[in-house]
Design a protein around this ligand. Sequence first.
Ligand SMILES: NC(=O)c1ccc[n+]([C@@H]2O[C@H](COP(=O)([O-])OP(=O)(O)OC[C@H]3O[C@@H](n4cnc5c(N)ncnc54)[C@H](OP(=O)(O)O)[C@@H]3O)[C@@H](O)[C@H]2O)c1
Length: 280
Amino acid sequence: MSTKIAVITGSSSGIGLLTAVELAKSGFQVVATMRDLARREKLEQAASRAGVRPYIDIRRLDVTEFDLIEPFVEKLVRDYGRVHLLVNNAGFAVAGFAEDLTVGEIRSQFETNFFAQVAMTKAVLPAMRQQRSGHIIMISSISGLHGAFSSSSYSASKFALEGWTESLRMELNSLGIKVVLVEPGSYETDIWTRNARIGKKALDGTSPNRERGQKMRDRVQAIPKRDPMIVARAIARIAQDPNPRLRYIIGPDAHIQLWLKRMLPWKWHEKLVARLWKVD
Ligand SMILES: NC(=O)c1ccc[n+]([C@@H]2O[C@H](COP(=O)([O-])OP(=O)(O)OC[C@H]3O[C@@H](n4cnc5c(N)ncnc54)[C@H](OP(=O)(O)O)[C@@H]3O)[C@@H](O)[C@H]2O)c1
């Protein structure tokens, strides 16, 4: 059987980096993309330690450079002749109460977390349609299934991804292309530190939400976070499943949050959330 070709976005750190290595360990030839090749060393080292360095081809791609996405995928298909798996992983979160976030900040959140995933997906579809096969895995979040304090921008971008993906999956089923949503809870990656974004106004002295915003940020930093390898391994398993489900909720925290949302009347749910976070 010929080697399967995978492409993944945002593989310079966190879930993307670990997934690139797990996929290579599972037998994929991986095109691991990142927006800044100066950050490639961590992936190179992880791949070498795992003995899969030759199976990871690191290429530059900023997923918000929309004009470059189609030519990038066309070149990849020319180089490898096919593409079997797309993992739409690159993403970040803008924190801040909705009242404090600008439309521009929310728009930039959508550019990376939603429109870039749309553009990457559309770029691989011609090859997958021709092959009549392929897996497209969207890294969403439990925040794509419920809102939370200080998370309106991130949740909105992931909710958009969820809605788009549900529809896309229906449209692609008959072509043999499998579309999947992965919805992790909290995992220890750079999304909470180096890549954490906070709305400008949320930080400045004029915000009416300054105090509760700070409380919220302290609580979010204190949330227990699990090993992102759990998510990477799950993605590698899904990538090899010929008949994957639509949704994979990953982590006990994610399961509990969703269970509470589904089981409790909404008014009770929001009271409980406010009490748990000690923010209202
Ligand atoms: N960690 C969690 O708790 C958690 C939970 C649920 C969902 N997720 C989702 O998991 C995915 C990966 O995040 P992570 O947790 O692994 O965080 P991370 O360590 O911060 O990784 C995010 C990756 O996305 C890349 N990226 C951001 N903007 C980009 C752009 N415009 N073009 C190309 N790459 C870009 C980053 O590149 P740089 O290195 O250049 O910044 C980085 O490689 C995200 O979609 C996130 O929403 C994470």
